[in-house]
Design a binder for this molecule. Sequence first.
Ligand code: C5P
Length: 300
Amino acid sequence: MTVTVRAPAKINLHLGVGAPRADGFHPLVTVYQAVGLCDDVTAESSPGWLLDVTVPDWMDADAVPVTGDNLVDRAARLLAGHHGIDALASVSVAKAIPVAGGMAGGSADAAAALVALDRLWQLHTSDDDLLALAARLGSDVPFALLGGTALGTGRGELVEPVPDQATWWWVAVPSGEGLSTPAVYRRFDDLTPDAPAEPEGAGAVLLALSTGDPEILAGALHNDLEAAALDLRPDLGDLLELGERCGALRGLVSGSGPTCVFLAESADAARGVAGRLAEHHEVVLVTNGPVAGAHVVTYG
Ligand code: C5P
C-alpha cells in the first residue's frame, strides 16, 4: 500500500504579533493563505521506519534534518503514540517549499505525514484529533491541514476558514540561506519592547479579501515580523524594492522570512514580474492561492 499526500506552503497576508506570553510563544492574529507551492509526502508499508527527503537542485539538502528530529519523524511518533501502535512505514518527502523560508514547509510536511500515515495505518483519526496533534507539532501545522485562507489566533494554531473567492497571484523569491524562526522572534522582542498584549487585528486584510481587488489587498498586507527579518537580513529590503520596481503591487517578507513574496495584478503580471526578477535572482517561483490543505493525491 502506498499513499501520497500533498500539502501547501503558506503566506501570512496579515501577521500581527503581541508581547511574548508566559510560555514564551507570541500571541498572533494572522491571516494565512495556502499557495500552490507544495511538498509531497509518500508513505508505504514497511517492517521498520525509514525517512528519505529529496529536494530540487536549487535547495540546500543539508538544511533539512533527516535523523530523528525531522517534523515527519515527530508526526509519525505522535500519531502512532496516540493510537498505541508502532510507527512502521517508509516515508519519502519530495520538497518544493523553500526550507527555513518562512513558508511553513516543515509544517506542510508534518501535516501531510499525519494524513498519509493515518490512511496507511487505517486509523480513521477524527479531524479534531488530527488538528490537536498538528498543534502539538508546530503553530503552523493545523493550517497546513486546513488550507484555503484562514484566520489564525492563539500562537497561530487556532484556525478558522475565512471567505476568499478570488485567485491571487504571487511571485516568491527564496533565499540561499534560511532564517531561524526563534531568532526572528527574539529580534522582534529586542526591537519592540513595548509590543501590545493583543496583536494588531486583521480587519483590513479581511475586508480587502472580500473585494477581490489585488490593489486593495496590496495596500492591506501587514507583517509585524518584517522589521526583525530585515534587521537580521538587510539584503531583503533591497529585494523588496526590486520586486516593486519590477512591477509587483507590493513585496512582503513571508512570515519570519527570508522568502520574499510579491503580489501581482494577474497571472500575466506575475509572470512579467518573475521574468524581470529572474535577471537578478536565480530562483523565482510563480504561484497562486488559495489552494487546498493537505490532501491525498494517490492511494493504492
Ligand atoms: O510553533 P513552532 O514550532 O513553529 O515555533 C517555532 C518557534 O518560533 C518557537 O519555538 C518560538 O520560538 C517561535 N514562535 C513564537 N510565537 C509563535 C510561534 C512561534 O515565539 N506564535
